[in-house]
Design a protein. Structure first.
Length: 466
């Protein structure tokens, strides 16, 4: 690190420390919610389980409970009262308010369908919990993780571990092992769409560090970041998933566009223009190579050909999704009540729509999602719930792009990448309905809104240093 960096650069990883509604003792305690989100990004599906016989308990449930306790303790220590929290929930950033609205409507719909809930309480809880994880956005907003060297090391450690086990697991003797098990999946077992999206997030974050952040670094650090990018790009090619591939491309494209806009807005000389051209050509070459010569790229091309009526290897998956989505849509819209407020939590609308046989097979049993987050939310929560979920996704994308342009700390930049990438896979898979996707996503909403809110606070809050 060079000596005497400019004020803006020196504040890059300290920016999230200011104007927090609640403050943890610096250097002593990390927000458990942020640590849990990083853990789930690092491990994915296999790391989300808690092996409690007969109970659908996940690591994310434990993390949220611990985060609630941590937030309550912080509120008591800082003297933050109910009036302050009401102000946050009524005058906070739009994205946070939309997320809390989705949470409230899910709770209301849960109570309205109490008869169905009592018939199958565990099933109903399984259906509602992914929406209940939206409380993580409020918790992360109130107690965000501060930018700094420790947070940066945690982020890159988690993402390096993720890429490492994906690349090395199948070379381990006897893998996948029957033991140890955390729950429903052997450890180091990939979930292609989610894990590929996380790899894309890692690539985009490293590109952000190299191109956008403006953080001074030694040549060795740049070489390590380039190696990190290469390892994650290679890992993406080993997972034949279109959704994860598209998520990674979108996250990387956002970073390159922000960088291009920053370079173009200044007094760029010939050297800077040449550098921009080289980066854009390199990015285009990487994407083109990925599309033409890798398994996920082949599946993407086959999917496009399938949409045009050609019979391809991937066209079967497209036909199944089209059938299921059409069946669920017809079932929900066939009844005015279902259209308005959904079926609630507990009823199996996939089974009722007559499309369950198309999703279930030798690998998947008891599928309760149409592999489209907005359509599933429409079925559960009705038109209003689907609109709220759509607004959250769109507002999350906009907030992420705006915050990246402000050059936030590394941990907030990671949260921005999560908001950009995960919704792509959620439109084609069961991601935001799963604990390993829902909790990191809603944590990212809280982290990004907290970081953006520090720039122009909406209201006065107590700010006591510890």
């Amino acid at each position: 690190m060079s000596k005497g960096p400019p004020t803006e650069l020196a504040a890059l990883d300290r920016a999230d420390e200011t104007a927090h509604p609640l403050r943890l003792p610096p250097g002593k305690t990390l927000p458990v919610l942020a640590v849990g989100a990083l853990y789930l990004l690092a491990t994915g599906r296999w790391g989300s389980y808690v092996a409690v016989p007969g109970l659908p308990i996940y690591i994310s449930d434990v993390v949220v409970a611990a985060a609630v306790l941590q937030t309550v303790r912080a509120a008591r220590r800082e003297g933050t009262g109910a009036a302050d929290l009401r102000k946050v929930m009524t005058q906070g950033p739009l994205l946070l308010l939309l997320t809390l609205s989705l949470l409230v409507w899910a709770g209301v719909r849960f109570l309205l369908g109490i008869v169905d809930v009592l018939e199958q309480p565990l099933v109903a809880l399984r259906d509602v919990v992914p929406y209940a994880y939206a409380v993580a956005a409020l918790l992360a907003f109130l107690v965000p993780i501060k930018g700094g060297s420790l947070a940066r090391r945690l982020v890159y450690t988690a993402l390096t571990f993720h890429a490492g086990w994906l690349l090395l697991a199948n070379h381990l003797p006897g893998w996948p092992w029957a033991r140890p098990l955390l729950g429903g999946a052997p450890i180091f077992t990939p979930r292609s769409d989610f894990d590929s999206a996380v790899l894309g997030v890692a690539v985009a974050l490293a590109l952000y560090d190299l191109l956008v952040s403006g953080r001074p670094r030694r040549p060795l650090s740049s070489v390590l970041l380039l190696g990190f990018v290469a390892a994650n790009l290679y890992a993406i090619t080993t997972l034949p998933t279109r959704a994860g591939f598209m998520a990674g491309v979108l996250a990387g494209l956002v970073v390159v566009c922000i960088w291009g806009a920053r370079v173009g807005s200044g007094s760029a000389g010939r050297g800077l223009h040449l550098r921009r051209l080289v980066v854009l050509v390199a990015a285009g070459a990487v994407v083109t190579t990925g599309v033409l010569f890798t398994p996920p790229g082949h599946r993407l091309v086959d999917g496009i050909r399938g949409l045009q009526g050609e019979q391809t290897q991937a066209s079967g998956t497209i036909e199944v999704r089209q059938f299921v989505w059409g069946s669920v849509w017809d079932y929900v819209t066939a009844d005015a009540t279902r259209t308005a407020v959904g079926v609630g939590f507990g009823p199996d609308f996939i089974q009722s729509s007559g499309s369950s046989y198309a999703l279930e097979g030798t690998e998947y049993k008891d599928v309760r999602s149409p592999h489209n987050y907005l359509l599933g939310t429409f079925a559960r929560l009705g038109l209003g719930g689907a609109l709220l979920a759509a607004l959250v996704i769109v507002a999350g994308f906009v907030a992420a792009v705006r915050e990246l342009a402000r050059r936030p700390s590394t941990v907030t930049a990671l949260a921005c990448m999560v908001l950009v990438a995960l919704p792509v896979t959620a439109m084609l898979g069961v991601i935001l309905e799963s604990p390993f996707g829902a909790l990191p996503y809603f944590w990212a909403i809280g982290q990004v809104t907290r970081s953006a809110w520090r720039v122009a606070p909406v209201m006065p809050m107590q700010d006591r240093s510890t």
